[in-house]
Write a protein that binds this ligand. Structure first.
Ligand SMILES: [Zn+2]
Length: 72
């Protein structure tokens, strides 16, 4: 059941980065996050399945809002 909550796709379309607040939607029957749910031409990246909080961090890293943390 827990798998149903995982975010499998992140939208990285440059035109959609107008907000840092991600909205939850569905893509291909899986959960997906995009900052512009009304936008056209989503560019989905497959996350392999992440918890929502982790997916948001991943998205911020991908779009350059947050640098990936170096390994300890
Ligand atoms: Zn999008």
């Amino acid at each position: 059941m827990a798998d149903d909550r995982l975010v499998h796709y992140l939208c990285t379309a440059p035109a959609h980065r107008r907000s840092t607040e991600l909205g939850l939607t569905q893509h291909g029957g899986r959960w997906a996050l995009c900052p512009d749910l009304l936008g056209q031409g989503h560019e989905w990246v497959d996350t392999g399945g992440l918890q929502v909080a982790d997916a948001v961090i991943r998205w911020r890293e991908i779009v350059g809002l947050e640098r990936a943390r170096p390994a300890a």
